[in-house]
Unconditional design. Sequence first.
Length: 429
Amino acid sequence: MGFAPLIIVLVLYFTGIPIAFALFGATLYYFAFLNTGSPAYLILQKFITSAQSFSLLAIPFFVMAGSIMNYAGISEKLMAFADVLTGHLPGALAQVNVLLSMLMGGVSGSANADAAMEAKMLVPEMERRGYSRGFSAAITAASSAVTPVIPPGINLIIYALIANVSVGKMFMAGYVPGIFMAICLMIAVHIISKKRGYKPTRSHMASGKEIGKQALDSIWAIFFPFGIIGGMRIGIFTPSECGAVAVLYTLIVGALIYRRLKPEHTALILKESVEGTAGVVLIIVAANVFGQYMTWEGIPGMISSALLGVTSNTIVMLLIINIILLIVGMFMEGGAAMIILAPLLIPVVSKLGVNLVHFGLIIIVNIMIGGLTPPFGSMMFTVCSIVDCPIPEFVKECIPFIIALLVALLIVTYFPGLTLFVPNLVFGK
């Protein structure tokens, strides 16, 4: 009966109940009917203390910064810069698509926001230039998987809170895996484009002068992620304070430098920020409350013992965990999968000596791949609904990109030094 709340969560989730309410409902059932000896106020106490975490302040700030930057025209500046760098390559617009998603990681941190933006901005132009709709939709969704891996992705903050690791280290750890994901996708685009004859947008590679000129024009957008690293490295601000600085920075750039931010955008920005923050924070609080039940029942320890009973080899265990996460990702939305599975798997990898920051990136890359696969791929549905692409056509075209991302996942999984290089450089080992 101790596992009943886990079953209730899955049943409620698959019947369409939002994951936060499914977690609350299952926990309430446990303390009301199964563990009647515990004080009822434990749930409320955990709810309140979970909502008082200082690290949670990073979420509304970065959500607001991403919203401001979208209205400030930052994405257009970044797209122009991406075109200068990759416009001479076969499948140039698809390459721009990937590079723009990587650059947008420092702006929005949201896969679905990036997928929606690029679906509206790039897919129509790609179709006009001879790219098939299925291919255009597939690379748009696949490239958006890179965005949340590069800081300030919200999933990085959520995992840091679940695993009780440094948000700053999670931010720094996201850069190399995100770059590897982008490189693997660009290689796949190059191979497909050469085969299908998708042409470059530029007749020749941009000169150093052209690249420098465009970089100068886009400097305020490009500087943003470097400012995050520099500010935390020299101790000017914490990750949460960094979010507040990001909001101030984007307001100044949008209003005074690019002059695209207008007073009428204020209500829209506030609305998007509140909606984005409320959903994420409610899920985090619900996950912490649900974690109270799992701790009480010792479920993470049971799962840990069961998995360690199969093998104690780190390489094999990480392979098993990857397979579990990939399968779960096909049937469950990524954020929900991470919230439920991370507390169960962390004790397993901890006993094997796996760095929890490194493991966080393994989980996040996994759930991003899940966002491309039916039946619950959120980026798949976002792009297909915007560009009116049939799901079967999308899935067929997306297979090479899923394979490319799986290659990146294996690199992230089995070469931890690459993932931890930047955190160790910034914060020390």
